[in-house]
Design a protein around this ligand. Sequence first.
Ligand code: KG4
Ligand code: ZN
Length: 348
Amino acid sequence: MIGQMVANLRKAESLQLICYNQNVRVLGIETSCDETAAAVIEDGAKILSNEIASQVEIHARYGGIVPEVASRQHTLSIIPIISAAMTKAGLDWGGIDAIAVTYGPGLAGSLLTGVNTAKAIALARSLPLIGINHLEGHIYANWLTGNNPQFPLVCLIVSGGHSDLVLMRGHGDYTLLGRTRDDAAGEAFDKAARLLGLGYPGGPVIEKAALNGKNNIALPKSWIKGSHDFSFSGVKTFLLRLVEEGKITNPADAAASFQHTVVEVLVTKTIAVALEYEVRQIILAGGVAANKALRQALTSQSPLPVSIPPMSLCTDNAAMIAACAYYKFQKGYKSDLSLDVVPGLKLS
Ligand code: KG4
Ligand code: ZN
């Protein structure tokens, strides 16, 4: 009986037959890492504002994110960014229906700034508070594209901390099918860039260098047969050896070869999982989804429709947090003021 009800709900969701309330405006706040972001989203899809204060230049001096510096910057930027998001949306607090905030995973000090600010606003304005998992937020960037993704689907989330293959049968319904056993894809890009002396942040600089290089260095691809998991530490270590042995004469070729290797593994395994689970489509999410080689390879090789957010919505932003919160809000999900940060939060 309950099984049949759940099946019917999933069917209705996959056919987009569930009616959601209209004109619901959510203020989203995101401070999990090194971007201070706020956005106002209407009905989980329409972007009224999307403001980001990036700390990239500050952390570039250190070659990576310094957590203490990140949290201090968040405290400086959070109020101006929220004010800017409200002004751009043309709204006062009476026009906001809920406050959404990332409460994990991420850096504890960074998350605290966003969570405490969101709690203060929710309390002062008597607004519902909705804690959002950052990874779920990345997934929901795909609902800001104008095309409603169709369930069931497979999502590849590739960010600085995660490389997850997730089966989604409906809103908020996640089954983890595969994950990285060591480095995340973004982390591998960041480490490879550092090894090659290309700078920070690793993904964009590898992508740029690769444009002037050739995929002419054979690097190991980890397929982990019989599993949907990934592993990127082998390719990174192989690259390190080549650098130590002085065998890298052209960093652009190394960048092109590295990018090709990582993209081939991600794309091949994602398509295989999607076909095995007979889903309707594939969606891509997370900072590494901004990589043009990955976007192009997945779109051209997949026999199933592929949804990829615009590049600006792949890396960290608050629009995705507010979009995700809309679907939770519609289902009556709310956090209370005891909401705390969970740096190691998993998708469940
Ligand atoms: O999702 P995100 O902005 O933050 C996390 O949640 O981690 O992802 C950041 C990661 C970094 O490792 C960065 O190097 C990578 O995404 N990234 C890219 C590109 N842009 C950002 N990786 C490959 N190509 C890119 N164009
Ligand atoms: Zn992220």
